[in-house]
Design a protein around this ligand. Structure first.
Ligand SMILES: [Cu+2]
Length: 153
């Protein structure tokens, strides 16, 4: 009897390791990044260090509360994930889902969206940036502080 129990327990353990099914249909873990600007003199991602785990579905809410448009761009990150969808909402209603590979996202003042993805490759990426140019200083938002690091374990 004990041997049978051990056999089925081991089988159950390994079947979970071998076949986890559709990884994009898990319950997502929600993370939020705010795009912030202080008087137009500095711009930032809050938080500016993001951590994810491979094989887990995330719903990353990108929220631009500032008066400026901003990009969320990290080519290393976009190459290391599988995007299920980018979802655009308006007044708590879904208005669009974009599917396929995403390289960068631009979000306009006061708007937000959800990026649903599963990280598939580990790494530490220091190339999160916003390439919008500030008209007064002629510097990019990245040069004014809008950079970040994404870690995938
Ligand atoms: Cu920006």
């Amino acid at each position: 009897m004990k041997i049978f129990f051990l056999f089925f327990f081991t089988l159950a353990l390994f079947s979970d390791v071998i076949c986890k099914g559709d990884l994009t249909r898990q319950k997502p873990i929600t993370k939020i990044v705010n795009f912030n600007s202080i008087d137009g003199s500095s711009h930032m991602y809050e938080p500016n260090i993001l951590e994810f785990e491979t094989g887990v579905l995330y719903k990353l809410i990108l929220e631009n509360k500032s008066k400026y448009k901003h990009y969320f761009t990290s080519y290393s990150f976009s190459r290391s994930i599988f995007t299920r969808k980018v979802q655009v909402n308006f007044k708590n209603q879904k208005i669009a889902e974009v599917k396929g590979d995403i390289k960068e996202i631009e979000i306009f003042p006061g708007q937000s969206l959800e990026w649903w993805f599963v990280p598939v490759k580990t790494g530490v990426f220091n190339d999160l940036f916003c390439n919008i140019k500030d008209k007064k200083t002629n510097l990019t938002h990245s040069e004014m502080g809008m950079t970040g690091t994404i870690k995938i374990y």
